[in-house]
Design a binder for this molecule. Structure first.
Ligand code: SAH
Ligand code: SF4
Length: 405
């Protein structure tokens, strides 16, 4: 990090240890929680709607903020459940307004020693994008991705996925009841849009290996009486788990992004080993069949720029040829290096030439501007420094909970 960056570490609210939290629950789970608290069946639907409103529309963090629910119901719930979010182990704020949070998840069962995930908020003039994780680690081993080298892997629960959005909105003051003030760097884009207007599943993990929980989390995020995000502003990125692509479209109605990264099977086999199972032609067939695909709902093809590996003019021309007939956007991603990575990022002039060829073929090909570089916050690179960061963050927390150098 350079000297001019701001860096703040703050202790989050206590996670409430043993008691589970209602935060992140689906309507079905909330109804079950109410049943557990002794709420009669005939009352449950109404109570779910009420609590849902306070949780997801208003952002309540305290039972006292919940106004129209009887004291008896609230105290029965409070005996068994909390309104806690995952603890924020560290928060970094980049000079460009990008924020990265390290969230500590309470153990899900007796064998779980707790896990940490990262989540990044990227404010832009016309949108605010939150990059979320779907798993702790990843079972796949793409050779340019640091997540694939992590040992610990488990699926995130639905609640843990939703909680990333809750924590982000708490911290940037995006709920009516948020304690935090709205950050002027995250100014609301258009009238009516939230500070977090878009979600990308481009953090840790392969979302299509956790499709059930990802689908349920999207349903909570898109619920019009609560978090109210448009499904068209929720994008799920996959390395190419072909059998789950159709179900993602049918069940979650989300936008699709494909981590393509190579135009020949021989190279893609090395970069994205899942390609051996689902080669490029099979993957692109699944894309052509993606439900709801149209010029207004294009698939994003991500292409990481690796020096001397996949960045030639011939590669660019082949990319354009391959995608012919598929409503597509092409997203060129400068490779984000990590210690020991076997690749380098392409030279800027090479990226420009590559993007020029793609542009001449009729594609807007934005090169994903590296955001929050100073805090290593680029999507797909969320965790490269997590180990170091968390060790450092812990040290700082131990030293001084208010630390803000
Ligand atoms: N597992 C999913 C989603 C998470 S990765 C997937 O692979 O699509 C999100 C994006 O970041 C993917 O396109 C991934 O290929 C890319 N990525 C991973 N490591 C990267 C790195 N070091 N530099 C740039 N992009 C990277
Ligand atoms: Fe997993 Fe995606 Fe990284 Fe590949 S690029 S290892 S699928 S997180």
């Amino acid at each position: 990090m350079s000297a001019g960056d701001s860096f703040a570490v703050q202790a989050g609210p206590a996670s409430g240890a043993a008691k589970p939290s209602l935060v992140g629950m689906t309507r079905v789970e909330l109804s079950a929680a109410l049943a557990e608290a002794g709420v009669a069946e005939r009352e449950r639907r109404m109570r779910v709607s009420q609590i849902w409103h306070w949780l997801y529309e208003r952002g309540a963090t305290d039972w006292g903020q919940i106004a129209n629910v009887s004291k008896a119901v609230k105290s029965a719930l409070a005996e068994r459940f909390t309104l806690a979010r995952p603890e924020i182990a560290a928060e970094q704020i980049s000079s460009d307004g990008t924020r990265k949070w390290l969230m500590r998840l309470p153990p899900v069962d007796a064998h779980d020693r707790g896990a940490e995930i990262e989540c990044v908020y990227i404010p832009e003039p016309d949108r605010g994008t939150l990059c979320v994780s779907s798993q702790v680690g990843c079972t796949l081993t793409c050779s340019f991705c640091h997540t694939g080298t992590q040992r610990l892997v488990r699926n995130l629960t639905t609640a843990e996925i939703v909680a990333q959005l809750m924590v982000a909105r708490d911290r940037i003051g995006d709920f009516p009841l948020s304690a935090a003030k709205r950050d002027p760097k995250c100014r609301a884009p258009e009238e009516g849009l939230r500070l977090v207007s878009n979600i990308v599943f481009m953090g840790m993990g392969e979302p299509l290996y956790n499709l059930g929980n990802v689908t349920d989390a999207i349903a909570v995020m898109a619920d019009g009486d609560g978090l109210s995000l448009s499904r068209r502003r929720i994008t799920v990125s996959t390395s190419g788990v072909v059998p789950e692509i159709g179900p993602l479209g049918h069940e979650a109605g989300a936008m699709l992004a494909i981590s393509l990264h190579a135009v020949r099977d021989e190279l893609r086999d090395k970069l994205v080993p899942l390609n051996r199972k689902y080669p490029i032609s099979v993957l692109l067939d699944a894309c052509r069949a993606y439900p709801g695909l149209s010029n207004a709902r294009r698939i994003t093809f991500e292409y990481v720029m690796l020096k001397g590996v996949n960045d030639s003019d011939a590669d660019a021309r082949e990319l354009v040829r391959l995608l012919k007939g598929i409503p597509a956007k092409i997203n060129l991603i400068p490779f984000n290096p990590w210690p020991g990575a076997p690749y380098e990022c392409s030279e800027w002039s090479r990226i420009e030439r590559f993007s020029g060829i793609v542009f001449d073929a009729g594609y807007a090909s934005p090169v994903r501007t590296p955001r929050g570089r100073d805090i290593l916050a680029a999507c797909g690179q969320l965790k490269s420094e997590t180990e170091k960061l968390s060790a450092r963050a812990r040290l700082m927390l131990d030293a001084d909970p208010e630390a803000s150098p």
